[in-house]
Design a protein. Structure first.
Length: 390
């Protein structure tokens, strides 16, 4: 089986594109991967895939590790970021091809499953209803009463945990993201911000009745000082963990030492080399690993490394259902899983985009058992939602 072609396919998923990689073999077999990048470089990512394609086509599609290492060697002076996202996508598409050819799920290529189910948490809970409620056809987060109602919904759907962000309900609800975009550059803490987070979590607690644990994701939105202040202010709020992004391992270790809340980080890190300084510094309680950006096998290597430091892993997963299938299979291939991230609120046609949807019941996801990832992309549905918009 030789690889004949790589294609990058886009669709408009409301407030960001979803990006997929299609690998076609010379016998017509197809392998899929998701390579979504909504952080400013979707066209650049497609360009990298096109640049790497000549290094892959014509080769044995089953020799996945050799292909990945050759791609790494060819790009080692520009490691990480968009380059790694492209390599991770190529790896995942080839693994899908290989597993389908053998008639097994991808996790069977890595020693078989460690579990048949995995606990899941509701991600961007409230965040999506503040920034994209119109395109998801969900209630707008117009007041803290709406947050209370959402908390009840979390429990009614069986989730034992949920994650939110710096969300401020209102007639024009906001998600504060000073580390990414918007007016102003300040990433400093304020008493108003701390009070807003306390009010948000209090409303969620009222709605859940304490039957679902909250997670707060601060992303890159605060400095180390801000993170420690928020961690101190929320120390008694019952957080399952505090999720943050910090580009210096020693700084994050300092934050963790001051926090009474477990620290989760790593969604922006690539390969074992990226995670190793954070693990050696004792900077994280939970490693957030992006399986579609790192590639499945590299992500397993990260999990294996984390296990030697007694650190659990949680996949960073905020994409389409295909990525959820990929992340769920990774959870089956490793021993040290904490929970699986899933988005509940999304564009209504998400369920139609893949040939299967995750089996999620009472906050537990059943690991797929069909060959490959267990789902393909429906290209007809993808074409109905072109990106960029005309």
């Amino acid at each position: 089986m030789k690889l004949a072609q790589l294609e990058t396919l886009f669709c408009d998923a409301g407030w960001r594109p979803w990006i997929f990689l299609k690998a076609t073999a010379d016998d017509g077999a197809v392998g899929w991967a998701e390579i979504t990048d909504s952080h400013g470089s979707p066209h650049g990512l497609a360009g990298v895939v096109a640049d790497l394609e000549p290094l892959v086509t014509g080769r044995d599609a089953r020799a996945v590790e050799a292909v990945v290492w050759d791609l790494y060697r060819a790009t080692r002076q520009s490691p990480g970021s968009v380059i790694q996202k492209a390599i991770g996508g190529i790896e995942n598409a080839l693994l899908d091809l290989k597993a389908k050819a053998l008639g097994v799920p991808v996790y069977e290529l890595f020693g078989g499953p460690t579990r048949t189910t995995v606990d899941a948490y509701w991600s961007h809970c409230g965040t999506t209803r503040a920034r994209a409620w119109e395109v998801t056809n969900t209630p707008k987060l117009a007041s803290y009463d709406d947050v209370v109602a959402l908390g009840r919904e979390v429990v009614e759907r069986g989730f034992k945990a949920f994650k939110t962000n710096i969300v401020v309900p209102g007639d024009e609800p906001e998600v504060l993201m000073p580390g990414f975009h918007g007016s102003g550059l300040d990433r400093n803490p304020t008493t108003e911000l701390e009070s807003a987070l306390l009010e948000l979590l209090h409303a969620f607690d009222e709605g859940t009745g304490g039957d679902a644990e909250p997670i707060l994701d601060l992303n890159f939105n605060l400095t180390a000082e801000g993170i420690t202040r928020v961690a101190d202010a929320l120390a008694d709020a019952g957080l399952l963990w505090l999720e943050v992004d910090v580009l210096d391992a020693a700084t994050l270790a300092h934050v963790r030492a001051k926090s009474r809340i477990p620290i989760c980080s790593g969604e922006n890190l690539y390969t074992s080399r990226g995670f190793r300084p954070y693990l050696e510094a004792g900077a994280i309680d939970i490693a957030s690993v992006d399986v579609i950006w790192n590639g499945f096998h590299q992500s397993k290597k990260i999990a294996d490394l984390a296990e030697t430091f007694e650190v659990n892993c949680a996949p960073h997963n905020y994409y389409s259902h295909l990525a959820t299938f990929i992340s769920a299979q990774w959870c089956a291939a490793i021993p040290n899983v904490r929970m699986l991230e899933v988005d509940v609120d999304d564009v209504p046609w998400r369920e139609e985009l893949t040939t299967a949807v995750p089996e999620l019941r009472d906050g537990t996801l059943t690991i797929p058992t069909a060959p490959g990832w267990g789902a393909d992309v429906d290209e007809d549905v993808l074409k109905e939602h072109p990106w960029p918009r005309a």
